[in-house]
Design a protein around this ligand. Structure first.
Ligand SMILES: [Zn+2]
Length: 284
């Protein structure tokens, strides 16, 4: 299966968002309070060329994100986007020969603005997202959490993903995205309480499209919680599950904002392949 990394512009956030500082509410305030900006990061979305049709995982950012709500402290003080209309996912897929009608399914890892920003390019697709995540975006509570459902296309009516009690590696539940079960979703709560990841099973390789489960492969490996996750213990448990998967199988871990993700995909470079062979990578 061919998987495309689509870089939909760049985002700049604080270092304390990538690597959480301290604990509890203090940790969650640091992305706004800290003045230490990280380097610009890519905003990746993914397209899987599958016999059933193209599957898009996350839709990336859009050029409208250069203007963000002024009343919201996070949007005002903690994030900046750099993206032009031609960098949105629709035009980039077209330049690869993939039109909107070729995309049968879109799966959203979560509904933050740099993951649902390209939805307008997929009016003909089945769109899957976590039901709890969709509910979390509603009302003033959703707005305070940084969701912008008012910017969704009018027709957007995602199908809630239904989890099956079918384990996959260390994950107790999973959901088939394709009939053949070669593209599946697994719950990866942490960054948001109902965040999910998509795993492409290509031969004996697993390509994990991990959304914002961590911002970097290195912070997944070190079990470092970001500055956003509401529950530190939940986030840590998910990172441990991913390390357990990496210990069991050849897993290419692709976080949405890791500058190394595109190269890892091209080279199909697994997490700590050498350590895995030596049996030294541990799950916790
Ligand atoms: Zn996010």
């Amino acid at each position: 299966m061919r998987v495309h990394a689509i870089e939909t512009g760049r985002v700049q956030i604080k270092q304390a968002q990538i690597v959480g500082r301290g604990h509890g509410t203090w940790r969650q305030l640091q992305p706004v309070l800290s003045r230490e900006w990280a380097d610009w990061s890519p905003v990746y979305a993914w397209a899987i060329e599958h016999p059933d049709g193209v599957i898009v995982v996350d839709t990336g950012a859009n050029a409208g994100l250069k203007s963000l709500p002024r009343w919201h402290p996070y949007f005002q003080l903690a994030v900046r986007f750099d993206i032009e209309p031609e960098q949105e996912i629709g035009p980039q897929l077209r330049s690869r020969g993939i039109g909107a009608r070729d995309v049968k399914t879109v799966v959203l890892t979560h509904l933050h603005v740099d993951h649902d920003g390209g939805l307008a390019h997929f009016p003909h697709s089945r769109i899957l997202a976590s039901g709890e995540e969709i509910a979390r975006t509603a009302g003033i509570g959703g707005a305070l959490l940084g969701y912008l459902p008012n910017r969704w296309p009018k027709w957007f009516d995602p199908q809630p993903l239904v989890w099956q009690p079918t384990p996959f590696g260390p994950f107790k539940r999973s959901a088939r995205i394709t009939q053949a079960g070669d593209v599946i979703a697994v719950p990866t709560p942490g960054h948001t309480p109902s965040h999910l990841s998509v795993i492409v099973r290509d031969g004996d390789e697993e390509i994990m499209l991990a959304g914002d489960t961590s911002y970097l492969e290195s912070t997944m490996l070190s079990g470092t919680v970001d500055g956003i996750s509401p529950d530190e213990a939940v986030a840590k448990a998910t990172l441990a599950d991913i390390r357990a998967l990496c210990a069991q199988r050849h897993t290419v871990y692709l976080a949405a904002h890791d500058p190394q993700s595109a190269e890892r995909l091209t080279k199909r470079r697994a997490v700590l392949a050498a350590d895995r062979r030596a049996g030294t990578i541990r799950a916790a």
